[in-house]
Design a protein around this ligand. Structure first.
Ligand SMILES: [Fe+2]
Length: 320
């Protein structure tokens, strides 16, 4: 990745001008060595939430990650960190946890206080429409941001691949800034509706609701998105304030734009790769997938079962 290269205009990109050289980042051999030395001296890695990460433990690794932060905040708004060779599944989890902690504070994502969530298909029969959280299924979802469960702002979505699916599970990555520009030109009335308040759930956290717009702006006038349509629709039902025709039309306009291939790229995370995105300026989705027959979870493997892993990702929501 050449950090001196000019970013696309204000971080806007589309499928034809996205600079892949800047997307994929490989740590230097020296930084990787620093990282490996650190985790090899940690002992048992199965209680990673207990590890307090200190920046001074990996100066080279940390300074290279700072270059990535620049790209995530002011460049194309996301990077894919390349695998560190030779890590096992415990160490890949640790890689995700260390990256998350060096970027900021990983937030609690559920009622049990988890800060690094395993994403895998818990039960093939469970569906999002039955109220199960999307990360616990194998279904494709809809293009969204993750910052919908709480009104508190946070910055970075970290998704690391411990093991890919047998087939599928590509990530769809969408430029929020380009989508916003398109709506501004093509659908200004609908954009105005998206800037008004909608109802949201604290799904998986509490039964309360809150209000916030889908599109708001930074002090510099950059758009920020908060969007996951199924959660929003469910919150409007709970608030007993059905969406108006005007709101539904605006959501349809947004969905149609998000699904335009020119604002997207697809990437299937490889074992050991970590996607880090500026959540409010990169929308994302995951295509459906199928696991190997009789595959097992990380927990089952750790408990001594033998078998190939299910698609297993680790996710953190990081506040700067
Ligand atoms: Fe997501």
């Amino acid at each position: 990745m050449n950090m001196n290269q000019q970013t696309s205009e204000h971080g806007r990109w589309n499928a034809s001008n996205l600079d892949l050289e800047r997307v994929f980042f490989k740590f230097s051999p020296e930084a990787e060595e620093q990282f490996k030395y650190y985790i090899q001296n940690l002992g048992e890695l199965n209680q990673i939430r207990n590890f307090i990460i200190s920046k001074s433990d990996f100066p080279k690794f940390e300074s290279e990650l700072e270059m990535c932060r620049e790209e995530i905040e002011h460049g194309q708004r996301f990077v894919v960190l390349e695998p560190i060779e030779g890590l096992d599944y415990n160490e890949i989890q640790m890689y995700c946890w260390i990256i998350s902690n060096l970027l900021g504070t990983p937030l609690v994502q559920d009622q049990s206080g988890t800060r690094l969530i395993h994403i895998y298909d818990r039960d093939k029969t469970k569906r999002i429409k039955d109220g199960v959280r999307y990360h616990q299924t194998h279904e494709s979802g809809a293009i969204h941001t993750d910052n919908v469960n709480t009104p508190l702002p946070w910055q970075y979505l970290v998704v690391g691949c411990v093991f890919p699916a047998m087939i599928g599970g590509e990530n769809i990555i969408v430029s929020a800034l380009s989508v916003h520009d398109f709506l501004e030109k093509k659908a200004p009335d609908e954009l105005a509706v998206l800037k008004e308040n909608f109802w949201w759930e604290y799904r998986g956290i509490s039964s309360e609701l809150y209000q916030a717009p889908i599109i708001s702006y930074t002090n510099n006038g950059e758009p920020m998105f908060r969007y996951l349509r199924t959660y929003l629709e469910s919150a409007h039902l709970k608030a007993k304030q059905p969406l108006t025709d005007k709101q539904i039309h605006a959501l349809d306009a947004l969905d149609a734009t998000l699904n335009m291939s020119e604002f997207q790229i697809k990437h299937r995370l490889k074992e050991g790769q970590i996607l880090v995105a500026y959540d409010s300026q990169i929308l994302h989705d995951r295509e459906c997938f199928t696991d190997y027959p009789d595959s097992i979870s990380v927990e089952e493997k750790r408990a001594g079962e033998n078998g190939i892993l299910r698609r297993s990702l680790e996710r953190a929501w990081v506040k700067k």
